[in-house]
Design a protein around this ligand. Structure first.
Ligand SMILES: *[C@@H]1O[C@H](CO)[C@@H](O)[C@H](O)[C@H]1NC(C)=O
Ligand SMILES: *[C@@H]1O[C@H](CO)[C@@H](O)[C@H](O)[C@H]1NC(C)=O
Ligand SMILES: *[C@@H]1O[C@H](CO)[C@@H](O)[C@H](O)[C@H]1NC(C)=O
Ligand SMILES: *[C@@H]1O[C@H](CO)[C@@H](O)[C@H](O)[C@H]1NC(C)=O
Ligand SMILES: *[C@@H]1O[C@H](CO)[C@@H](O)[C@H](O)[C@H]1NC(C)=O
Ligand SMILES: *[C@@H]1O[C@H](CO)[C@@H](O)[C@H](O)[C@H]1NC(C)=O
Ligand SMILES: *[C@@H]1O[C@H](CO)[C@@H](O)[C@H](O)[C@H]1NC(C)=O
Ligand SMILES: *[C@@H]1O[C@H](CO)[C@@H](O)[C@H](O)[C@H]1NC(C)=O
Ligand SMILES: [Cu+2]
Length: 571
């Protein structure tokens, strides 16, 4: 018997070697997809409405690739509105033409037109996602991207029994495409959502929603990989599963050191890979998510979305109300930071943390919510009868009518300016309690920050208490970065850097700037192009909390941006 087993294992080892040798020779595959953007009818919360979808699905199709693969997505716009798509968390090395943000890297795909996006999966591994990047369309146009390890390579954890996308979303009974213009008309808060969703379903705590509630069947004793994405528009969420601990193993398309936790805090734009061990007595358990909202006085959707973890087998008694997880109260900032402060890069030989140790470009940006005086003719419904705005370094971003990338590439003047400031224009007690009113009003502009190719950048994002402080999930296109430090209050350039983690800081693409605090990130500017940085809370980006990096070409041909594609949409 023993020798038979030994023989079997030698065969297995040999097969494994053969497989690895073959896999090493295999180049990444190219996947082709057709995305039709159109209006479809959906019914939730006892009412139906028309909304934009991709291929009639909500959430949209899940795309599955291996690291090193390429994807070609031909988008047909059969809707009545302009649209663009963004591949969130994918670097798109040298190819900003396929990045997606409207009027930043492309003109929108107009009704009846098509555009082919080319997506190149290079460094990312884990879960990322895709979404519309024009107006508020991403509320209904989004989906998951699973990036498996390269062929022949495994996960840095035991292979899960099965993998499940968990897409957190937000639902409005009204037409989301009208929210932005309505809010802009009054200058006040955009209307609050009517529910959050898990995989497109509000869950059994909402009216008319019990039947559709997402149900994840599990086998006792098995481990599942939840690929969690927050496609939510306006709120951070706490998420947990009753009676189950979760193990976080990845974030934003990069592995982390495993973190065992009862709940996660996930901001709009983030994705997290979480292992769930089905190790409880067979029953029905709820997974649930509800808001973490730190901004004083800001309205938010206080409801809770649920889905079910349903053990296969017979339960001892019928279950009428499944157990809910214990989630922190909505305003518990400590609960948010006690989760996020644990994040670390995996930092192994296969998945190293290549943190830039030497910085040659230091940037300090404030992120603020602002107010403007109402013009004499209007009645504004923002605080003090004013109009909301938002800014980075006191500049509220004005979207141009031709994309910045084309203007740069073809040297078209008058579209943008190159003088985005390295520091805030005025020093003040950023996180002070009672700030003077003259700090409320921002200036306006379409300014880019020019970076030399290969610059080693440290960017400190400083939250401010202008109007009200909030946790701002800041997303950078074209890059991932290391989160080397964070804290509450004002960044102290003398003392805080001494406490940086330069060994295994988490590698991310969307980082929460803590409420009334700061975060320091580092990246190497080795991806030439035009890349947007913005808050992923939709109302903040609508109000102008955006800026743009223009990273120059390097010397070598393979350090320059690619030529524009022939089918690039026209403005
Ligand atoms: C919002 O309103 C202002 C005028 O109050 C206008 O200049 C701007 O174009 C509007 N923006 C959008 C997105 O409708
Ligand atoms: C959170 O809300 C509770 C109840 O509304 C309130 O008592 C508490 O002071 C708030 N905590 C913070 C940190 O704002
Ligand atoms: C806004 O309105 C107030 C009150 O009318 C006025 O004192 C202030 O100067 C105005 N601010 C700007 C930037 O126009
Ligand atoms: C305000 O209303 C007057 C009269 O209706 C109009 O002439 C003027 O253009 C309006 N101003 C603005 C800023 O909308
Ligand atoms: C900034 O404001 C905070 C909160 O009001 C206060 O504790 C701190 O002393 C202020 N710092 C300075 C330098 O004024
Ligand atoms: C922002 O710019 C406006 C307009 O120039 C100015 O009035 C305001 O004081 C500035 N605020 C800050 C915080 O720099
Ligand atoms: C970019 O910087 C890295 C070191 O961080 C260096 O190895 C590389 O040669 C540089 N590339 C160019 C094109 O300057
Ligand atoms: C759609 O895009 C075109 C080209 O940029 C623009 O002229 C048009 O105003 C846009 N339509 C809407 C409704 O925003
Ligand atoms: Cu924000």
């Amino acid at each position: 018997m023993g020798s038979m087993e030994a023989f079997g294992s030698i065969i297995a080892t040999l097969l494994c070697f053969l497989f690895l040798a073959e896999a090493a020779a295999v180049q990444g595959r190219t996947h082709h997809h057709k995305f039709v953007v159109k209006s479809s009818s959906y019914s939730r919360l006892c009412a139906s409405k028309e909304m934009l979808t991709v291929n009639g699905k909500f959430p949209g199709p899940t795309l599955k690739v291996h690291r090193g693969d390429k994807m070609i997505v031909k988008v047909y716009n059969h809707a009545k509105t302009n649209i663009t798509l963004h591949w969130h968390g994918v670097k798109q090395r040298r190819n900003p033409w396929s990045d997606g943000p409207e009027y930043i890297t492309q003109c929108p795909i107009q009704p009846g037109k098509t555009y082919i996006y080319k997506i190149d999966f290079t460094d990312e591994e884990g879960t990322v996602w895709w979404h519309a990047h024009s107006g508020w369309a991403r509320a209904t146009i989004h989906g998951a991207i699973f990036i498996y390890p390269k062929l022949g390579y495994g996960y840095p954890f035991l292979k899960p029994f099965s993998e499940v996308p968990i897409i957190l979303g937000e639902w409005w009974k009204k037409d989301v495409m009208k929210i932005e213009s309505n809010a802009n008309r009054t200058g006040g808060e955009p209307i609050l959502s009517d529910s959050y969703t898990i995989n497109g379903q509000p869950g059994y705590l909402y009216p008319c929603s019990t039947k559709g509630t997402f149900r994840m069947k599990v086998k006792q004793g098995k481990t599942y990989l939840l690929r969690i994405i927050s496609a939510v528009m306006d709120e951070d969420l706490f998420f947990g599963i009753a009676h189950h601990k979760m193990t976080l193993v990845g974030k934003d398309g990069f592995y982390t050191k495993p973190i065992q936790t009862d709940y996660i805090m996930i901001t709009p734009g983030q994705s997290m890979d979480v292992l769930l061990e089905a190790n409880q007595p067979p029953s029905l358990y709820s997974m649930a998510a509800t808001a973490y909202s730190s901004a004083f006085g800001a309205g938010f959707d206080k409801t809770m979305t649920t889905a079910l973890v349903d053990y296969i087998g017979t339960y001892s008694s019928p279950i009428t109300s499944p157990l809910l997880p214990n989630l922190p109260p909505h305003n518990r900032t400590e609960a948010s930071t006690s989760f996020t402060k644990q994040l670390r890069s995996l930092g192994t030989k296969e998945h190293p943390a290549n943190v830039p140790l030497h910085v040659d470009t230091f940037l300090f940006f404030t992120v603020s919510v602002n107010l403007l005086n109402c013009t004499t003719n209007e009645t504004c419904t923002g605080p003090f009868g004013k109009r909301f705005a938002a800014s980075v370094n006191n500049i509220s971003f004005m979207t141009p009518s031709l994309d910045i990338l084309e203007a740069y590439y073809y040297k078209i003047p008058g579209v943008f300016e190159m003088d985005f400031p390295r520091n805030p224009p005025m020093e003040f007690n950023y996180t002070g309690d009672k700030l003077p009113d003259n700090l409320l009003t921002p200036s306006f502009g379409t300014k880019v920050m020019v970076l030399e190719y290969n610059a080693s950048v440290e960017l400190v994002l400083q939250g401010t208490n202008v109007l009200a402080s909030d946790n701002h999930p800041v997303h950078l296109h074209g890059y991932s970065f290391y989160v080397v430090g964070w804290g509450f209050g004002n960044f102290n350039p003398k003392e805080d850097p001494l406490r940086y983690n330069l060994v295994d800081p988490p590698q991310e693409t969307t980082v929460g700037v803590p409420q009334n605090g700061w975060v320091a990130i580092r990246f190497k500017a080795d991806n030439p192009g035009v890349w947007l940085l913005h808050c992923h809370i939709e109302r903040h980006t609508t109000w102008g909390m955006n800026m743009v990096f223009l990273v120059k070409n390097g010397e070598d041909p393979d350090t320059r941006i690619l030529k524009p594609p022939h089918d690039l949409p026209k403005c």
